[in-house]
Ligand binder design. Structure first.
Ligand SMILES: NC(=O)c1ccc[n+]([C@@H]2O[C@H](COP(=O)([O-])OP(=O)(O)OC[C@H]3O[C@@H](n4cnc5c(N)ncnc54)[C@H](OP(=O)(O)O)[C@@H]3O)[C@@H](O)[C@H]2O)c1
Length: 265
């Protein structure tokens, strides 16, 4: 792990949920980690936990990835480190409402965090990996990327961007020694997911364990471009197969009206 993806990894959105699980798993495999998130007390407490449990170096960078210029600040804050693995995890939408019921600024911030900053991170951190001919990039996406659905308009569109963007980078980089993985998740038990279900007063139902997600993703870094966690055919195509686009959208819309925007499963 450290020979191919070390000595440092970054987890954007690395203080709880899936990102925290990635931090544990990467540190357990010997990587030092940079953790990025907004809430400083949560971030610092989690960094201490990783140091104490795994004995690796941990750097925290408190930033809001929905704000322009943030990824440049992250690059500055880590310019003295060799980053061999970048996991772009932050991306959930914990409000599940109709498009016009959300204010425009919220939509634009979601796009900035889930698309612009993802692209900028790939450019700023992927470039040096390609030059070194080793490294890895994981973009966490969602089943919401498979088709449009009511209450999922902006979220699903950003996740489709992440899916196709990762697949395209895999096509360009896999012969350069840099592994790229679009990690497609369904419902996963995280604080973000719980906020959505609690707000609706709905039970969580079956949800994946973030620790299993992180382990599996790191075990399959070389099996890109796409890994669908929980699927019988994790490297396969859309579960909608040959279903008409209209039927797929209707199914997604039924799911999202009774379930979570961020689960997208
Ligand atoms: N959970 C699910 O059911 C599910 C289903 C399908 C796909 N996914 C995908 O899995 C990924 C992780 O989801 P998750 O449920 O763990 O929740 P998440 O809200 O995407 O991630 C939480 C982490 O990201 C940080 N974060 C959130 N917004 C940020 C921002 N603007 N700037 C910097 N850090 C930010 C959080 O810390 P702060 O709040 O302190 O910033 C926390 O560390 C997402 O990409 C999501 O689309 C999740």
């Amino acid at each position: 792990m450290t020979a191919k993806y070390g000595p440092w990894g970054i987890i954007a959105g690395g203080s709880d949920g899936v990102g925290a699980a990635f931090a544990h798993e990467m540190a357990a495999r010997g990587l030092n980690v940079v953790l990025v998130a907004r809430r400083v007390p949560v971030l610092e407490a989690f960094a201490e936990e990783i140091r104490a449990r795994h004995g690796v170096e941990v750097r925290t960078v408190a930033l809001d990835l929905s704000v322009p210029g943030t990824v440049a600040s992250l690059a500055d804050a880590t310019s003295d480190l060799e980053i061999g693995l970048f996991v772009y995890n932050a991306g959930g939408d914990d409000t599940s409402t109709l498009f016009l019921d959300k204010d425009l600024d919220t939509h634009l911030k979601l796009i900035h965090r889930n698309c612009d900053s993802v692209l900028e991170a790939a450019y700023r951190f992927g470039g040096p990996m390609v030059a070194r001919r080793r490294g890895g990039l994981v973009l966490v996406t969602s089943g919401a990327a498979w088709a449009g659905g009511a209450t999922l308009a902006t979220y699903g569109a950003t996740k489709a961007f992440d899916l196709l963007f990762a697949e395209a980078l895999w096509a360009e980089w896999h012969t350069s020694g840099v592994d790229v993985l679009a990690l497609v998740l369904g419902r996963t038990d995280t604080p973000s997911m719980r906020r959505v279900f609690d707000a609706k007063g709905e039970p969580y139902g079956d949800a994946a364990d973030p620790a299993d997600v992180a382990k599996q993703a790191l075990d399959h870094l070389t099996d890109g471009p796409t890994w669908i966690f929980g699927s019988q055919n994790p490297t396969g195509g859309s579960p909608f197969g040959a279903t008409s686009r209209r039927d797929a959208v209707l199914v997604m819309s039924r799911g999202s009206s009774t379930s979570s925007a961020s689960t997208g499963s």
